[in-house]
Every structure is written in structure tokens, then in C-alpha cells.
Design a protein around this ligand. Structure first.
Ligand code: NAP
Ligand code: 12T
Length: 358
């Protein structure tokens, strides 16, 4: 007997990739249930060539569901994920809502699959920018330790959903076809749908992803800081991030600077990254080989290159890290968590409900 798998947010930028990743998955799947809001309920999507009608998400949607993948925003997870757990499902949540909850493991399978062992029914998938950085840094941390991480990101607009992709393409067309100056473009969504002002992204770069909460860092910057500490189980590790949106549709790029506890020879760093599951070394500058966002689209791996010593700091290393934000950054990492749960016999109902029913 295989699993019934529900995808909440199945019509979105992440949800559509989740369906594709489930089609290619090693999980034994009997049935998929595709859930959305009332806007898309009734729409017909395909799973392995079969029509599946999208259903409205309700408190009763999860009867008979074994695995529920959530990607419909934090408020939807906050409301419905506890009902899915109550119904006996294991939830893999792609939103930021549960990531810092001490009862919720935050998992990149190549890095900390062991954190799944005592799950309470909800497992959080980290932020896209955090995930790809973990795949690049964990092989280094294991051998030489980390004493500092400083990262600047170059993030694709698809991270902000299908409507941000549509807005970017509309703006680019208005510049190219109608001669509109980039600064005069109308913007309705980016940098952040939930903030007051909106700015054009076409031919631009915006140093804001998500809202500015309490301090001078954006919520996206702070996710990278807090999630890295939790996944690596290094609460004291200094991590600072500057997350930047660029007019790229798919794949995030990151310039990462680290200091290691012990000085790490660059050729050994490259070998460690090459040997790490999920990581691909693309580093041959003599032949202009380094990771590119366009080449990572559709791939599950994280690509690492431009690995080099800092010019002044003996234990300082720079690198360039690229991955498909909708795959390893979201849909693939979530399905990979589900596969790992299955392999470890952890797809099972939870005894005690630790999450509030709203
Ligand atoms: P999107 O393209 O805007 O899609 C949103 C999806 O959520 C749609 O399927 C939408 O259904 C559904 N939805 C919206 N409100 C709902 C409701 N009240 N009840 C049920 N379904 C509802 O956004 P996306 O890029 O796929 O991202 C979705 C969420 O995933 C984000 O909000 C974020 O929390 C998370 N995310 C995580 C990562 C990561 O780094 N791990 C990356 C990207 C996104 P309709 O078609 O009915 O509107
Ligand atoms: N606002 O999973 O806008 O917390 O690129 C991921 C991506 C939130 C998240 C984005 C976001 C998340 C974005």
C-alpha cells in the first residue's frame, strides 16, 4: 500500500514543482490530493498523465492523508498544518511559520537528516537561500569548522511567487517594447507583496527581500542567520546576510565569505565539496567554468565555484553558490525530506498534538 500525498498550494510556483518532483520521486504514492484557495478550486491539473481536480483547503481536507506538503504561505500553514497532523499526516512545511519552533525539525537532508528522528508531525523546509548555502558549507564545517559566515545573495524573482514572475516579465516588455525608463515603471508586488511601497525590478537590483521587522536587517536576511544556526546546531556561529533581488527568473546565486576554525587548503576544500551529496563543483577559471543561474534551472543540485582564499585573511575563503530556488530551495528539498522520512520509517501519525488548532 502506497501513500496518499496532499499538496497545499498546488497551483503556485512552488506547488507546481512539488507535483513534478513527486512524479519523479521514489516514494510509493497511491494518490495525490491537490489543494488551493477558492480561486483555483475546481481547476484540473495533471499528475502522471491523469487529471486531478484541485480542491479547496479546509480543516477536513486531510482525512486519509499520510504526507502533506504545504506551500501556500505562512498563514495557511499556521491554520491548516495542525489539522493535518491531527488527522494523522506528517507535514513538510515550506513556509517560515514553524521554522524556529523548538518542536519542529528544520531539515536539509544532506546536512541534518538525524533531526527528523523525533519529529512531532511537522517538519520545516528552510528558506531557499539558506538551503543552498548549507549544501556548500556543511562539507567545509565538518572538516575545518566555521567561525564566521558573511553572505550576499542575488535572488530570483520566482521566490516571491508566480505573480512576481509575471510582474517582472511585464516590466521588461514595457522597457524593451515601449521605451519606458526603468525608474518610471509601475510596480505592484516587489520587493515584497506585504510591504507599503513597491519598486520596479526590471533592469534594477533591490536590497530588500521580505519585510523589515525589528532591526536593520530584513526578515529574509534574518532567516539566513537564524536558520543556519539551527540546522548546523551552532547557536554561536556569527552569520550575517544581505539578501538582494535581481531580475533573474529562476535560480538564486550567492557570494559567500567564510572563516574556518582551522586553515583549510583550497584544493582540499574543493575535494570536500565534490564528495558531498547534492553539491557539484564547477570551478575551473582558466576555462571560465563557474556556476551560472541559467545553467542551474531544473537541476536538483547546488553548484559551487570561484572558491578562493581571501587575499589577507589566512582562514578566509570566498565562493559562489548557485541553485534552483524552486527545486533544492523548495520543492525538491521538501520531497527529499518526505523520501527520507519514508526510508527511516518515520511516516506515521503523531501521538501528542503539540500545535494549536486555530
Ligand atoms: P504563489 O505562486 O503565489 O502560489 C501560492 C499558492 O498558495 C497557490 O497555490 C494558492 O492557491 C495557494 N493559496 C493562497 N492562499 C491560500 C489559502 N488561503 N488556502 C489555500 N491555498 C492558498 O507562491 P509560491 O511561490 O508558490 O509560494 C508559496 C509559499 O511557499 C510562500 O508564501 C512561502 O511561504 C513558501 N515558499 C518557500 C520557499 C522556500 O524558501 N522554502 C520559497 C518560495 C516560497 P490559488 O491558486 O487558489 O491562489
Ligand atoms: N519572501 O520561505 O520572496 O520564507 O523570495 C522564501 C522566498 C519567503 C520563505 C522570497 C520569501 C520565503 C521569499
Amino acid at each position: 500500500m502506497g501513500y496518499t500525498v496532499a499538496v497545499v498550494g498546488a497551483t503556485g510556483a512552488v506547488g507546481t514543482r512539488m507535483i513534478q518532483q513527486l512524479e519523479q520521486s521514489t516514494l510509493p504514492i497511491d494518490k495525490v490530493r491537490l489543494l488551493s484557495s477558492s480561486r483555483s478550486a475546481g481547476k484540473v491539473l495533471q499528475y502522471k498523465g491523469q487529471d486531478v481536480t484541485v480542491e479547496l483547503t479546509t480543516e477536513e481536507s486531510f482525512e486519509g492523508v499520510d504526507i502533506a506538503l504545504f506551500s501556500a504561505g505562512g498563514s495557511v500553514s499556521a491554520k491548516f498544518a495542525p489539522y493535518a497532523v491531527k488527522a494523522g499526516a506528517v507535514v513538510v512545511d515550506n513556509t517560515s511559520y514553524f521554522r524556529q519552533n523548538p518542536d519542529v525539525p528544520l531539515v536539509v537532508p544532506e546536512v541534518n537528516a538525524h533531526a527528523l528522528d523525533d519529529h512531532n508531525g511537522i517538519i520545516a523546509c528552510p528558506n531557499c537561500s539558506t538551503i543552498q548555502m548549507m549544501v556548500a558549507l556543511e562539507p567545509i564545517r565538518q572538516k575545518w569548522g566555521l567561525s564566521r559566515v558573511i553572505v550576499s545573495t542575488y535572488q530570483a524573482v520566482s521566490g516571491a511567487g508566480q505573480s512576481a514572475i509575471n510582474e517582472t516579465l511585464r516590466e521588461i516588455k514595457e522597457v524593451v517594447n515601449d521605451g519606458v525608463e526603468p525608474k518610471d515603471l509601475r510596480a505592484d508586488i516587489l520587493p515584497c507583496g506585504g510591504d507599503k511601497k513597491h519598486f520596479p525590478i526590471a533592469f534594477n537590483a533591490l536590497a530588500q527581500i521580505d519585510v523589515f521587522p525589528a532591526n536593520e536587517y530584513t526578515y529574509e536576511d534574518m532567516k539566513m542567520t537564524q536558520e543556519t544556526k539551527k540546522i548546523m546546531e551552532e547557536p554561536e556561529l556569527p552569520v550575517s546576510a544581505t539578501c538582494v533581488r535581481v531580475p533573474v527568473l529562476y535560480s538564486h546565486s550567492e557570494s559567500v565569505y567564510i572563516e574556518t576554525k582551522e586553515v583549510a587548503p583550497i584544493d582540499e576544500v574543493k575535494a570536500a565539496i565534490s564528495a558531498f551529496p547534492g553539491a557539484v563543483l564547477e570551478d575551473d577559471v582558466a576555462n571560465q567554468v563557474y556556476p551560472q543561474a541559467a545553467n542551474a534551472v531544473g537541476k536538483r543540485e547546488t553548484f559551487v565555484g570561484r572558491i578562493r582564499k581571501d587575499l589577507d585573511v589566512a582562514n578566509g575563503i570566498h565562493m559562489w553558490v548557485v541553485s534552483d530556488n524552486l527545486l533544492k530551495g523548495a520543492a525538491w528539498n521538501s520531497v527529499q525530506i518526505a523520501e527520507t522520512l519514508h526510508e527511516r520509517g518515520l511516516v506515521r501519525p503523531t501521538k501528542e498534538l503539540k500545535f494549536e488548532l486555530k
